[in-house]
Design a protein around this ligand. Structure first.
Ligand code: BGC
Length: 902
């Protein structure tokens, strides 16, 4: 019997990253992609791991043995890993008939500090911080910040170096240097956290740049380690682990022998900006043998618990050239970068020593054509650079970032040009993993704005906005945008970290803060904000098949739900809501939607979702209890809010009879509406959208998240599409018409000093609907084990498609209309199954001929009557409300169906 040789797995990753350094998990997840041809049925995988590539090949290694390969990953469970060590591993497949595949190429990961007891370095600081006072910002009294300082340590190594790893945490923000050179390309390390609960250290492999004589240096700034948030003066810890060729091990530890001096960077603040005096830059500050007679010794201080920073770092991901330059005054120029971003400028200048150039950032222009900086509120967002006068100078701020499209440059000596400034796009460098293409220009632009807005709001935590005096991890914004973020970017490690942040912020009574990390202590959270804990854990499980956060945090999530129960009166949450269906058209406050209704709805949402999570990790008893509690909440919800005119709606005037959109659609979204009221509730929702609002939405951030899905589910994808493509207020098209390059916080175009950020991501949830319902790609079993392809060829949309790089490989669907035919091309990755709905006739128009072809073979033909089954080359198909549904294994497919055969 001839056995086709199995191809080898590829795309090896450890904890979602290729060759990561600093893994501090005892059982890291080893992941791979299956070869496309493997199909995925019934084979096993085997992993080998060793301390070097040579040992791996020579047999001195750990072997997992063959394990069923339901998912293309394995959580390492061999002998305990050792800290600061490189591990090499590879994987191969064995098919059910016993044939071994080829080994993959060898991949590696490097451990960090696996046991906190292994930290031998001391936390250090300076006793001489120069402080300056910043203005009061929203929610915070005056913020006191300090000028940056530098810290160094020289050391010699007695022999050839085999490996050198440094583990570094500098709070609030640091840059590492070795022998005068900056190490790595990260910005704004370390990741934000509740530093006293958990501070993140960054692992650097400097094997290639370390020498015999070395000077290691750190520039340390404020970041968010501020007294105003309950922290203190900046501090740092460094532990270097160095292996020499002679087998000896050397450690470099931060301690009181380190030296410190003030840095050339003076002011450095997230909201306020950065000031650097080029005359004070000493290029030798971090070179071995430099004169440091004026430096002082560092002081040893208490520190915080440390965890490895496993998320992708913040980096410069793109550099924008200005699209326009205008002179505003004698020494005043305006740069327009054409796009609202998060980042900083890079300035290139030539001029006299001591000349100061100021950069003022803005999202908007005023009617007078000058920057309008009022939307930034108390965030000064101003950088300053004093020229050293030594030839051409290039500078970019390192300890701040801004949300901007425009930069006003003041004080440039001479005449600047388009090359003087660049805009550096900065954010957590999550890998783009999804792409969406839409045959509707307006929606394509909405999608583009959303991805820009999403990028701008990833700063090691999900933020609300990048520009004004907030930039906080508002849980509501985070949970609403999370699915869209996951479809567009590889967010696994980002959200796993954020779930730790949320758990760290939980109080003993189970409550959470609206803002995490709780730099602003806003306990207890509005339930629509607190839901982030359970919602994001669910999304990580659903999209990455990763149940570890659920296992880790289940008890904490249960405590959170119990906290809600403790606050409920007869299962109704009357007191916890603060924001509710925030920012509907014409208002900040929820307007028509009672806040109690959304709070109680989220109480039901979280309780029933936690029941599913409990089931997923085998906590059956908890699942049963939660399910029963959820049923009781649902019944109470209906008793309390369901009326003869639909769900409770706040009337705007005594004779106002307009049904609420959010009130009616939320219960539909979770299937909470009693059967005998279903028709009424649907009717009220449609009446509101179609009659009262002329096919516009009247939803805030919560309602908007579900509006499109609910209408689509009701068979009204056409209406969802009409709302999404509205050009008039309120709608996404209106934002575009007013020049938006990201999404706004409000449906209105506001430009004053209130709540009107022009780069908020919380309304970006519509992007997930476009992926799931227009391109038609949906993950319906955890980790994309099952993929549903169900595109809606609605209205004038002629084509759409999405490609998503999942944990199983590429999932894609694209369709286009060819006359009355639709051509659908689908890719289901190995080890996944597909449930494909081929569009074949419009809703309600039954009794039509459906012709369905796979490639050039006709697989089905017949009268399409709902529920009719056909059998063909691909198995059994069923006609369901305008789609022919069929189940397929992994592979590539092409279908053509007639949508209009009379
Ligand atoms: C933030 C939000 C946040 C909200 C809570 C605002 O100031 O920018 O996006 O969710 O407050 O109400």
């Amino acid at each position: 019997m001839s056995r086709a040789r199995l191809a080898s797995p590829h795309g090896l990753r450890c904890e979602y990253r290729i060759g990561p350094v600093g893994i501090d998990l005892p059982r890291p997840r080893l992941q791979w992609r299956l070869p496309v041809a493997s199909g995925g049925e019934g084979f096993e995988a085997e992993v080998q791991l060793a301390l070097s590539e040579a040992r791996l090949l020579a047999g001195s290694r750990w072997e997992s043995g063959c394990r069923p390969c339901v998912d293309p990953w394995l959580d390492y469970d061999g002998p305990p890993l050792v800290s600061a060590t490189r591990y090499f591993w590879r994987v191969r497949l064995r098919s059910s008939n016993g044939a071994d595949g080829d080994w993959s190429t060898v991949s590696r990961f490097t451990t960090g500090v696996l046991d906190p007891k292994e930290w031998r370095a001391s936390w250090i600081t300076s006793e001489r911080w120069e402080s300056y006072l910043q203005v009061k910002t929203v929610m915070t009294p005056e913020i006191e910040e300090v000028c940056a300082r530098q810290f160094v340590r020289e050391f010699e190594l007695p022999g050839a170096i085999v490996s050198a790893l440094f583990f570094v945490c500098g709070l609030g923000s640091f840059e590492l240097y070795l022998n005068g050179e900056r190490v790595g390309d990260h910005r704004l390390d370390p990741a934000q956290s509740a530093y006293d609960r958990r501070s993140y250290y960054v692992a650097f492999d400097v094997t290639d740049s370390i020498a015999r004589s070395n000077c290691i240096g750190i520039v340390l700034g404020n970041g968010r380690y501020l007294g105003a948030y309950g922290f203190g003066r900046p501090k740092l810890i460094v532990q270097g682990e160095i292996e020499l060729a002679d087998g000896t091990h050397h450690t470099i530890l931060s301690d009181g022998d380190w030296l410190t001096a003030s840095a050339a960077t003076r002011e450095n603040g997230i909201y306020f900006g950065e000031e650097l005096d080029g005359r004070r830059v000493d290029p030798a500050w971090c070179l071995p043998g430099s004169d440091r007679s004026s430096w002082e010794r560092a002081a040893v201080v208490d520190g915080h618990p440390l965890s490895a920073q496993l998320i992708d770092p913040i980096r410069v991901t793109q550099i924008l050239e200005p699209v326009a330059l205008r002179r505003l005054g004698p020494h005043d120029y305006l740069y327009d970068f054409g796009q609202n971003i998060s980042g900083v400028a890079r300035l290139t200048a030539h001029g006299p020593r001591g000349a100061r150039i100021e950069l003022r950032y803005a999202e908007l222009l005023g009617d007078d054509g000058r920057p309008n900086r009022t939307t930034l509120r108390a965030a000064r967002s101003t950088d300053g650079y004093v020229l050293s006068g030594e030839g051409e100078e290039t500078w970019e701020p390192r300890f701040t970032y801004h949300g901007f499209r425009y930069i006003e440059m003041i004080g440039y000596p001479g005449v600047p040009d388009l090359t003087t400034l660049r805009a550096l796009v900065l954010h957590t460098d999550v890998r783009p993993s999804g792409s969406l293409s839409l045959g509707n220009d307006l929606l394509a632009r909405v999608h583009r704005n959303i991805t820009w807005g999403q990028r701008a709001n990833l700063m090691s935590i999900p933020t609300d906005c990048p520009q004004r005096d907030e930039r906080q991890g508002w849980l509501g914004d985070a949970q609403l945008a999370a699915e869209e973020a996951i479809l567009n970017f590889d967010m696994a490690r980002f959200y796993i970290k954020y779930l730790d942040d949320i758990a760290d912020s939980q109080l003993d009574d189970g409550s959470l803060s609206d803002v995490v990390p709780p730099y602003w202590s806003l306990y207890p959270a509005d339930p629509a904000w607190g839901t982030a804990f359970i919602t994001i854990a669910w999304l990580v499980y659903r999209y990455y098949g990763d149940d570890r956060p659920i296992r880790k945090h289940f008890d904490a999530m249960q405590r959170y739900v119990d906290f809600l129960s403790g606050r409920a009166e007869g299962h109704i949450l009357r007191t916890l809501g603060k924001y509710g269906d925030w920012c509907p058209p014409g208002s900040i406050l929820p307007k028509r939607t009672p806040v109690e209704l959304t709070s109680t709805w989220y109480y039901y949402h979280d309780t029933s979702l936690l029941a599913r999570l409990a089931e997923a990790i085998g906590r059956h008893e908890s699942a049963v209890q939660l399910r029963a509690r959820a049923d009781a909440i649902r019944d109470a919800f209906n008793r309390e809010y369901l009326r003869d005119y639909g769900y409770a709606t706040v009337r705007m005037s005594p004779d106002d009879r307009t049904p609420g959109q959010t009130s009616n659609l939320l219960p539909l979204a979770l299937d909470m509406v009693p059967a005998d009221h279903h028709e009424l509730v649907v009717e009220k929702l449609l009446e509101s959208v179609e009659v009262h609002y002329d096919r516009h939405l009247d939803t805030g951030i919560l309602g908007t998240r579900y509006l499109f899905d609910v209408l689509t589910e009701l068979g009204r994808a056409d209406l969802a599409y009409a709302i999404a493509t509205q050009k008039s207020y309120p709608g996404f098209g209106y934002m575009l018409a007013e020049g938006a390059t990201t999404l706004w916080e409000r449906w209105e175009c506001l430009t004053g000093a209130g709540m009107n950020s022009h780069n908020h991501i919380m309304l970006g949830s519509v992007d997930a609907w476009m992926y799931r319902s227009l391109a038609g790609v949906e993950c319906i079993e955890p980790g994309w084990r099952k993929v549903r392809i169900k595109p809606h060829c609605v209205n004038n949309l002629q084509w759409a498609g999405a490609r998503i790089e999942t944990v199983r490989g590429m999932v894609s669907a694209s369709w286009e209309m060819e006359g009355d035919d639709v051509l659908l091309i689908v890719e289901i990755p190995p080890s996944a199954a597909g449930e494909v709905y081929v569009p074949a006739g419009s809703v309600g128009r039954l009794e039509k001929e459906v012709i369905l072809l796979e490639s050039e073979r006709m697989v089905f033909q017949g009268k399409a009557v709902n529920g009719t089954s056909y059998s063909g080359a691909l198995g059994i198909a069923r006609y369901e409300n305008g789609f022919v549904r069929l189940d397929v294994p992994s592979g590539f497919y092409q279908f053509r169906s007639a949508t209009k055969v009379e």
